[in-house]
Design a protein around this ligand. Structure first.
Ligand code: GTP
Ligand code: SPV
Ligand code: MN
Length: 585
């Protein structure tokens, strides 16, 4: 097979001349091809078959122990000007970056097969979707790309029709962390990644294309590429609101997107449109419409059980590729808080499990599974127009300070709320777990350009429509003085989403504070959960002194962006600082 698109044919030839593979395979995206990849990996030991009775078509991959998460310190945005990448990104001159990587790619596929994977991010028939081609020497990447994106012949045909595609060159190389780099060339719509097989570093359609490159493209084309889940909430009256939420990595997107409402909300129907990435377009009707560019989930395994997220738990019973989990003596996958009464025999490295050594599953162990396996998968995920968004919700993992939920006063304030987000870092990236860092719109690791310009782009929507979604902020992760979570989370988060929907429909009053509108504690339904009115009051209070400190920290952070920081954002922040001061006085 080859292609009618000359640019693609030439690029494949050029890459082959550099990397010198034994063989070139154009992926057609068929099930037969997927099965052949799996068989090949079973044979080479890259995959192990899991218990076929309990987990049909499920496999375990054990990665190199140094290659278990994203590597932000080795991830670069190589725009021509360093200013365009901004202080939020590592930058390298594009000429230097190409030269450095081409040296590493030289001959790296000798003795290996080079796979050419045409893909489409988003429904194949949607004008909002975008094309890409990933070239890789990893059958693990081919199999996972088949789960995560629309790959193969239909995507190639779309590329041949439209002529445009993002290029992604990947090789696992020798997995030496010293020779690992994830480089983005936004002006060239080009990604080069070497030395890692881990999801976010290697499945180039996902974070590299659908966020870093797409955010750059979106700015020039007038849309938004965001790190957001998309969930549908159908009320008992039959009206559906779609809500998009940006939480940092491993801070609850997959869980919220699949939530099962508690008894008190059993007449609501919750459906998943997406769990990680959302592309938003302003349409003629003045609303923001969203598509999920992906077709699968690459989710965090630990903590998933019948009670926390039964939909995810059930989704994983078949057709899943697990990476870095433990296994039981009966060859079932096992992880911390699986709570199925079984015990791990081997840990994620394949050694006999010893709790003294560490957890059985790596804290960032992941599953890849087709979205269609999800019992509450929304068919709207395939609609070429996407879904209209009623509310945007920002959030993070904060032990203190940030209330359970609050609402921004208007779009400009909402953009400030998003831009001010901070969160404890997690195992999703190497380094820093537990430390609080600023993570605007949950995009710190994923924005392909200067955050100053990004905030300005967000603000620019404010004058384009009066039907934009309302903006909220949530925090499921407040802890009491004993370190226990104060809010039960998971399915119970429905109680907060119900308030969000009520606010969108103008059905409930709220309390104005300097940081935004907060619920009156009695307006969050706590029937059936063990949360006292006192706890609710604490979860819904604004500590003026601490918020003054926070506002000053945010101001310092914004100063890093110098001239590129929009004046509107700074004056919005200073209004809030003054309101906090006068209220405290
Ligand atoms: P990425 O795939 O990295 O972008 O992460 P994500 O935002 O989809 O995070 P995910 O839903 O996988 O959740 C990550 C971790 O947070 C899991 O261990 C969950 O068990 C835990 N978690 C999710 N929701 C809640 C919640 O409401 N409360 C508490 N306490 N923990 C939660
Ligand atoms: C994240 O880290 O936010 C993920 C996993 O969703 S990865 O695709 O590896 O980035
Ligand atoms: Mn993510």
């Amino acid at each position: 097979m080859t292609t009618k698109n000359d640019a693609l044919a030439d690029w494949v030839e050029e890459v082959a001349a550099l990397t010198k593979p034994d063989k070139i395979v154009w992926c057609d995206g068929s099930d037969a091809e997927y099965n052949a990849m799996i068989d090949q990996m079973l044979e080479s030991g890259t995959l192990m078959r899991l218990n076929e009775e309990t987990h049909p078509n499920c496999y375990l991959h054990r990665s190199d122990p140094s290659d278990v998460a994203r590597v932000e310190h080795l991830t670069f945005v190589c725009s021509k000007s360093e200013e365009d990448a901004g202080p939020n990104n590592h930058w390298m001159d594009p000429v230097e970056a190409h030269a450095k990587l081409d040296t590493l790619f030289d001959g790296c596929m000798q003795g290996r097969t080079m796979y050419v994977i045409p893909y489409c991010m988003g429904p194949i028939d949607s004008p909002l979707s975008r094309n890409g081609v990933e070239i890789t020497d990893s059958p693990y990447v081919v199999a996972n790309m088949k789960i995560m994106a629309r790959i193969g012949t239909p995507a190639l045909e779309r590329i041949e029709r439209e002529g445009t595609f993002v290029r992604g060159l990947h090789s696992t190389g020798d997995l030496d962390p010293e020779k690992r780099f994830i480089m983005h060339f936004p002006e060239e719509l080009y990604i080069k990644s070497i030395g890692s097989g881990y999801g976010g570093n290697a499945l180039l359609g996902k974070k590299c294309h659908a966020l870093r490159i797409a955010s750059w493209q979106a700015r020039t084309e007038g849309w938004l590429a965001e790190h957001m889940l998309i969930v549908g909430l159908e009320s008992p009256q039959g009206e559906t609101h779609y809500v998009a939420c940006a939480f940092p990595s491993a801070c609850g997107k997959t869980n919220l997107a699949m939530l099962i409402p508690p008894e008190q909300y059993k007449d609501w129907k919750v459906t998943t449109v997406g769990d990680d990435i959302c592309w938003l377009h302003l349409r003629e009707d003045g609303r923001l419409w969203a598509i999920n560019p992906e077709s699968g989930y690459f989710g965090v395994v630990p903590g998933t059980n019948e009670w926390s997220n039964k939909n995810a738990y059930d989704t994983l019973k078949s057709d899943a590729i697990f990476t870095n989990v433990g296994v039981t003596a009966g060859n079932e996958p096992w992880w911390e808080e699986k709570d199925d009464g079984k015990e791990p025999a081997l840990d994620w490295k394949g050694n006999a499990y010893d709790p003294e050594v560490g957890p059985a599953a790596h804290p960032n162990s992941r599953f890849t599974v087709p979205a269609k396996n999800n019992p509450v998968y929304s068919r709207m995920s395939e609609h070429p127009d996407g879904v209209p968004i009623s509310a945007l919700v920002f959030g993070g993992r904060r032990k203190e300070l940030a209330p359970l939920v609050y609402e921004a006063k208007d779009w400009t304030h909402g953009v400030l709320v998003g831009a001010s987000c901070a969160s404890e870092m997690t195992a999703a990236a190497i380094g820093g777990a537990g430390q609080i860092r600023r993570d605007p719109m949950a995009m710190k690791p994923f924005c392909g350009y200067n955050f100053g310009d990004y905030f300005a782009h967000w603000l620019s929507f404010g004058s384009k429509s009066d039907k934009l979604p309302k903006i909220f902020h949530v925090n499921w992760f407040r802890r009491d003085k004993d370190g226990k979570f104060m809010w039960p989370g998971f399915g119970e988060n429905m109680r907060v989403l119900a308030w969000v929907v009520d606010r969108c429909e103008g059905k409930v009053e709220a309390r104005e504070t300097p940081i935004g509108f907060l619920p009156n504690p009695e307006d969050i339904n706590t029937d059936g959960i063990d949360v006292s009115m006192e706890t609710m009051q604490e979860l819904l209070s604004v500590d003026l002194a601490k918020w003054e400190q926070e506002a000053s920290d945010i101001n310092k952070y914004f100063a890093e962006f110098g001239e590129r920081m929009p004046e509107t954002m700074l004056s919005e922040l200073s209004k809030i600082s003054s309101a906090l001061q006068s209220k405290a006085a």
